[in-house]
Every structure is written in structure tokens, then in C-alpha cells.
Design a protein around this ligand. Structure first.
Ligand SMILES: [Zn+2]
Length: 112
């Protein structure tokens, strides 16, 4: 699996393998040098290749507390909700355009 190649070691806390179908808390350095920590619901769906550390969610909670883990999960949820709304808005826009096109086509065929 791609992710196991990318994350050279297993879980940063317990050392066990990180399963691609499972969630993980990832850590990496952004281009500007700052550290990013985020919750990834499915490791194998990850589209970026820059995380340097991966941790089992349970191991992360053991180290940093359940509140910190839940905060990361909530941030990830908020991000995917945003993406979902964006997609829904685009679909609505397309529906409106299609509707307008159909009405235009109806008008034209009525004139024939
Ligand atoms: Zn672990």
C-alpha cells in the first residue's frame, strides 16, 4: 500500500503497523516549516505524500488525551462537510442551468 511506503515506520507511539483502511493521526511539516497535525479517516485515501509521522488514533489519545483527538476528528469532519456543501452547490448550479436549457429547448420546439 502507498501509505506504508510513505510512512517509513509504523505507529509513532506503539510501533505497530498502520492499516490503510483505518484512521490515523498524521503529522508533517508544511512548506513554510510549521507543523501540521490532522486526523485522516482512511489512511489509504490520503492524497498528499508529506506526512512524516503516523499514529493510531487510540495511541494518540493515550499520549495527548481524548479531547485533543476529538478536536482533530471534528476539524476533519468540518473540512469534509465543507467539501460536501461545495459539491452540493455545484450540483444545484448545474441543475438550474439544465432547467434553463430545457425550458429554452421547449420554447424552440413549441415554435416549430
Ligand atoms: Zn499505535
Amino acid at each position: 500500500m502507498q501509505q506504508s511506503r510513505m510512512l517509513s515506520s509504523g505507529c509513532a507511539v506503539c510501533g505497530d503497523e498502520l492499516d490503510g483502511e483505518s484512521a490515523a493521526v498524521l503529522e508533517g511539516t508544511r512548506k513554510d516549516g510549521t507543523t501540521a497535525i490532522w486526523y485522516e479517516p482512511f489512511l489509504e485515501d490520503l492524497r498528499t505524500s508529506w506526512p512524516e509521522r503516523g499514529t493510531h488514533p487510540a495511541c494518540y489519545a493515550t499520549q495527548h488525551g481524548i479531547d485533543k483527538l476529538l478536536e482533530l476528528i471534528h476539524t476533519a469532519d468540518a473540512r469534509s462537510r465543507e467539501g460536501f456543501y461545495e459539491m452540493a452547490n455545484r450540483v444545484t448550479d448545474l441543475e438550474v442551468k439544465l432547467d434553463a436549457n430545457e425550458k429554452e429547448a421547449d420554447k424552440r420546439s413549441a415554435l416549430d
